[in-house]
Design a protein around this ligand. Structure first.
Ligand code: PEP
Ligand code: MG
Length: 590
C-alpha cells in the first residue's frame, strides 16, 4: 500500500446499506466523455497495447469498408478511406499517444481524446475551408478508435475483479442484475435515486451503494489505497488513514455480527410483542436469488418482478422458456406461495428491441400493463406460461401499473382467453389463479374500492405511488428531497387503500422499498397493513422491528402521524420511534 497522503471524505446519498471496503474500479461513463483515471505502474504496458489494438481494429475495419466500396465502384469513398489510413499511421496518433500514456499514467481513452481536442483547436484556426473540413476525417477516425477503447473498458459487471468498489456515472437495473456480488464490495455512482430499479437490485444482492458522489474527485485523488463506502450514511472515504480504516473494519464486523444474530432468529414467529401476526415474504428479481431466499427461512415470494428474466436480453422469451423458469421457481418453493407480477417494462427498464415502451416520458408512457394491452399476443404468452406453472404449486398473478378499472378488467379477460387457449390446445388442468392488482398510481388508490371489488388481493407499490403522487422521478437523485414516502399525501393514500381493502375483505400488502425500512413498519402496521414483501436480505431486520413494537403503540403512532403536516416531522417521529424500539440496530444506524 502506498503511503497515505490525504484522507478525503465525501458525502453521497445512501442507496443500499452495508459497509464496503475495496479497490476502486471505474466502470461506465457517458458516451461523449472519456473517463480520466490513473493506470497502475504494472498495467501501463497493457494500456498501451489496448490502444495499439484499438488502432489496429479500426484499421482493419477501414480496410473492410474500402473493399466493400470498391465492389460498389464508389471510388471517391475509397480515396477518403485511403486518407484515413494515412492519418492513422501518423506518429501523432501512434507514438505520441503511447508516450503520453506512459508519461501521465492516464488511461488511453482519456489521453487520446485530449489529443484529438488539441487537433480540433488547431484545425479550427485554419482559414482555408478545405483544410478546416479535413478535421472531419480525424473526427471520423477518432470515433472509431474511441469506440474500440470504450468497448474494452466496458466489461460487464459480471467480470469485475474480486474486491472492487465499482464507480460509474450511472448504473442501469440490468447492469446491476448482472453484477457478481461475490466480487463487488460496493457501488458508487454520480446519478441514481433511492427507489430506482438499479437500487432495488443492489439491495437484493446485498451490495452497499452510494449515489450522488463526486466521481471526478475520486478519479483525481484516488491512489492505490482502499476506498471505503458506508451505504448507511452515504459516506465515502478516499485514501483512508490507518485509523479510519480500522474504524470501518470494526463497523463492518459489528454490522455483520448484528445481521447474523438476527438471521439465527429466523424460526421466531413474526408477530408484535403483543401478539399481532404479520406475514412477511420476499421480493425476487434475479431467478438465481431464490436459493438465497430459501436459505433465509420459510418465506414465499410476495413479488416476483418477472421482467428481470430478460432485461439484459433483446427480446421477450417464448412461452416455453418462461414456463420452464416459472416452474423451476415454483418447485423450489415447495408449496410456499409465489406472486408473479406480469412484465413491467418501460420507465427505467427498457428493452433494446422495443422502443415503443420508451417513447416520450417513459415513466408516464406505455409502461407495464399499458404496453402489454397493446401487445396482446406477447402478454397472453406470459399468462399461459404462468397458468401452466401454477399446476406445480401456489401461484398468484399480479398486474402492475393499473390506472383505471377497465385496464384491470381487460387484463382479466385476457387471462380468461389464455386459459381457454390452453384448454383448447389439450392442457387438461388449468388452475384458476388469484388475481391481484398493484396500487401504484394515485388514481388506482382513489378507486381502490372499485378495484378491490374486482380482484383477490392488492399490493401497494409505494416506489411508484410516491413517484406518481408527488410528481418526482424516482431515479433522479437530484430530486431526492421531493421523493418523500412520508409525505402526508402518500400516507393518506396508503390509509385509503388499506381501509377499502379491509372493507372489501381483500388482503393488502406493501411491496415497495418502504417495506424494507424498519422505521416505516410501526406506521404501516398502525394503518392496518399486516403483509409486507421486501428484499430478502432485509427480512431479519424487519422481523426484528415487528417483534419490537406492539400493535397498540403502532396504532397510536399512526394516529399521531395522521395529524402531522410535513414529511420532515413524520420522518423524525418514525426515526425516533425506531431508535427507541431497536437502539442496537447498527445496520440502519439512524
Ligand atoms: C413499486 O412501485 O413500489 C413496486 C414494487 O414496483 P417496482 O419497484 O418494480 O416499480
Ligand atoms: Mg412499481
Amino acid at each position: 500500500m502506498k503511503t497515505v497522503e490525504q484522507e478525503i471524505k465525501l458525502k453521497g446519498i445512501p442507496i443500499s446499506r452495508g459497509i464496503g471496503i475495496g479497490s476502486a474500479f471505474f466502470f461506465t461513463f457517458a458516451d461523449d466523455e472519456a473517463p480520466d483515471f490513473k493506470i497502475s505502474m504494472q498495467d501501463i504496458d497493457l494500456e498501451v497495447s489496448r490502444y495499439q489494438l484499438a488502432i489496429e481494429k479500426s484499421r482493419q475495419e477501414i480496410l473492410q469498408l474500402q473493399l466493400k466500396l470498391k465492389d460498389e465502384y464508389i471510388e471517391e469513398g475509397v480515396d477518403i478511406l485511403d486518407t484515413h489510413l494515412q492519418i492513422m499511421k501518423d506518429p501523432l496518433l501512434t507514438t505520441a499517444v503511447e508516450n503520453e500514456i506512459r508519461q501521465t499514467r492516464k488511461n488511453a481513452l482519456f489521453v487520446f481524446q485530449v489529443l484529438i481536442k488539441k487537433y480540433q483547436k488547431r484545425f479550427q484556426s485554419i482559414k482555408d475551408p478545405f483544410f478546416r473540413e479535413r478535421f472531419k476525417d480525424i473526427q471520423d477516425i477518432s470515433r472509431r478508435v474511441a469506440g474500440y477503447l470504450r468497448e474494452s473498458v466496458r466489461v460487464g459487471l459480471a467480470e469485475i475483479p474480486y474486491g472492487s468498489v465499482v464507480i460509474a456515472k450511472e448504473l442501469s437495473a440490468s447492469e446491476v442484475a448482472e453484477a457478481n456480488s461475490e466480487n463487488i464490495y460496493a457501488f458508487i455512482t454520480e446519478n441514481g435515486g433511492v427507489a430506482s430499479h438499479a437500487a432495488i437490485v443492489a439491495k437484493a444482492k446485498g451490495i452497499p451503494y452510494v449515489s450522488n458522489a463526486d466521481i471526478g474527485l475520486i478519479f483525481e485523488k484516488m491512489e492505490d489505497n482502499p476506498l471505503i463506502v458506508d451505504g448507511r450514511t452515504g459516506d465515502i472515504i478516499i485514501n483512508p488513514t490507518a485509523k479510519t480504516l480500522d474504524f470501518y473494519k470494526n463497523v463492518y464486523k459489528q454490522v455483520k455480527g448484528h445481521l447474523s444474530k438476527l438471521q439465527k432468529e429466523s424460526s421466531l414467529s413474526t408477530e408484535t410483542f403483543d401478539g399481532y401476526k404479520v406475514k412477511l415474504s420476499a421480493n425476487l428479481e434475479m431467478v438465481n436469488e431464490i436459493d438465497h431466499i430459501r436459505a433465509q427461512g420459510n418465506y414465499g415470494i410476495g413479488l416476483f418482478r418477472s421482467e428481470y428474466i430478460f432485461l439484459s436480453g433483446e427480446d421477450f422469451p417464448s412461452e416455453e422458456v418462461q414456463f420452464e423458469i416459472y416452474k423451476k421457481l415454483v418447485e423450489k418453493l415447495s408449496g410456499l406461495p409465489i406472486v408473479i407480477r406480469t412484465f413491467d417494462i418501460g420507465g427505467d427498464k427498457q428493452l433494446k428491441n422495443h422502443s415503443s415502451s420508451a417513447k416520450g416520458n417513459s415513466f408516464l408512457g406505455c409502461r407495464a400493463l399499458r404496453y402489454f394491452l397493446n401487445e396482446k399476443e406477447i402478454f397472453k404468452s406470459q399468462l399461459r406460461a404462468i397458468l401452466r406453472a401454477a399446476n406445480y404449486g401456489d401461484v398468484s398473478i399480479l398486474f402492475p401499473m393499473v390506472s383505471t378499472l377497465s385496464e384491470l378488467l381487460e387484463a382479466k379477460e385476457l387471462l380468461e382467453e389464455a386459459t381457454q387457449e390452453l384448454l383448447k390446445s389439450g392442457h387438461e388442468k388449468v388452475c384458476k389463479l388469484k388475481v391481484g392488482c398493484m396500487i401504484e398510481v394515485p388514481s388506482a388508490a382513489i378507486i381502490s374500492d372499485l378495484i378491490a371489488n374486482e380482484c383477490d388481493f392488492l399490493s401497494i407499490g409505494t416506489n411508484d405511488l410516491v413517484q406518481y403522487s408527488l410528481a418526482v422521478d424516482r431515479g433522479n437523485q437530484s430530486l431526492q428531497k421531493y421523493y418523500s414516502p412520508t409525505h402526508p399525501g402518500v400516507i393518506r393514500l396508503i390509509k385509503m387503500v388499506v381501509s377499502e381493502a379491509n372493507n372489501h375483505e381483500v388482503p393488502v400488502s406493501v411491496c415497495g422499498e418502504i417495506a424494507s425500512d424498519p422505521r416505516f413498519i410501526p406506521l404501516l402496521l398502525g394503518l392496518g397493513v399486516n403483509e409486507f414483501s421486501l428484499a430478502s436480505r432485509h427480512i431479519p431486520v424487519i422481523k426484528n422491528a415487528i417483534r419490537n413494537t406492539s400493535i397498540v403503540a403502532a396504532t397510536k403512532l399512526a394516529e399521531k402521524v395522521l395529524t402531522l403536516s410535513s414529511s420532515e416531522e413524520i420522518m423524525k417521529l418514525l426515526t425516533d420511534e425506531y431508535r427507541n424500539n431497536v437502539p442496537e440496530d447498527c445496520f440502519y444506524n439512524y
